[in-house]
Design a protein around this ligand. Sequence first.
Ligand SMILES: [Cu+2]
Length: 497
Amino acid sequence: MRRFFVLVACATALALAACSQAVPQTTRVADTGGSRKGDFGPPQGEPIKAILTSPPHVPPPTNRDYPAKVIVELEVIEKDMEIAEGVSYTFWTFGGTVPGSFIRVRQGDTVEFHLKNHPSSKMPHNIDLHGVTGPGGGAASTFTAPGHRTQFTFKALNQGLYVYHCATAPVGMHVANGMYGLILVEPPEGMTPVDHEFYVMQGDFYTVGKYREKGHQPFDMQKAIDENATYVLFNGAETSMTGPNALKVKTDQRVRMYVGNGGPNLVSSFHLIGEIFDKVQYEGGTHFQENVQTTLIPAGGAVTVEYHTEIPGSYVMVDHSIFRAFNKGALAILQVEGAEKPHVYSGKQVDEMYIGDKVASLAPVAEAATARVSGTLTKAQQIAAGAVLYKGTCSTCHQDSGAGLPNVFPPLAKSDFLQKDPQRAIGIVLNGLTGPVTVNGNTYNSVMPPMSQLTDDEIANILTFALNNWGNSGPAISKQDVATIRATTKRPEGAAH
Ligand SMILES: [Cu+2]
């Protein structure tokens, strides 16, 4: 049927151009037979204890040519972890991480699954593995109260990359708190060898406070129901793969990433800026697509992407539903080291437009937040935090040097306007500025957009930095100063509150 179609297409195309070698190779994937061909008989040899890994690591290949009995031991732990610098959140985890431990088995394996729920847990939990054939994917057999353990066994009949997640009511809340992960069921012949494999999983999170609002943030059920995510993250934290945690590879290497989407709500437009996926096994299935820019990953779905590295530099992984990348945290960095290849790309450029404050460590921001809570915040700590936040927020226009651009963006460095009335600057950041303004004798008549999506803390630190850097001198601006002005002035139309 498919061959017939190709012939017809060729015959039509012949009139326009030669069609000699036009039969595509890639679309002719053999039928794997699915679950009907996935039973290779009873398990052989000694039972094997599965090696589980935390993200971004992937367990080694099974390297087996026979079906085995594989024992998986997974423990649910509820714990506080950092979701962004200086922001903690109570995650519910499979194995202590978000996403949960990566599980790797071979098609035809018999998996004896043990689920433990740590005694310190407050909730019961269970597991639904999308790679299981059987009602509930294991959920009904694994309902586990705190301090208890359950067990069930399944045969992995279908090869593929599958999401697992908790399915205890309220399901959405358990998933939103980070209860998901991936299980790879290798095809009998194994995966083709590559130089690096990584485990990346997206999820959306809902907190009472706004994005990057410091301190401990509780789950917000109404925001979750409204699908109004506060954070969209790879591997459960804004800094999971930025700054010193960036993924590291070399040039001329083959890289495979197992990428899942736990949801609970959002579909991912997964993209790696500056790379093209040579091969994508979309929806975690067997067929593949080649030369792909952006691939869709449904909530509760997964994808295997492969690419080859050519040019050194920083590559930015994003959900290309792009506000999520820059305003909700869905951004990670792949660092490629090696020799330049000017015939392919003119030179290495770290693109600050994309990376912004993620190039450097955000640690000073967290330090300032902790100090503020304990009442020991110093001006120096605010300046250090502000310096990081200024990058990619204000530097785009006012420049790293604070010098601005002639006739377009006024300077903040040595600005008489800024230093004359520091409180006025708070209103400028919150509400923007339009109309003529004279800075150091030069008049600018342009538009600064409101930046009220920033938290009070962030604005206080950025302004303290600007007022005490580049030869400026001014006071420290406090979070309370910003809160007061935010409360007493109305945001312009279209601005965040
Ligand atoms: Cu749960």
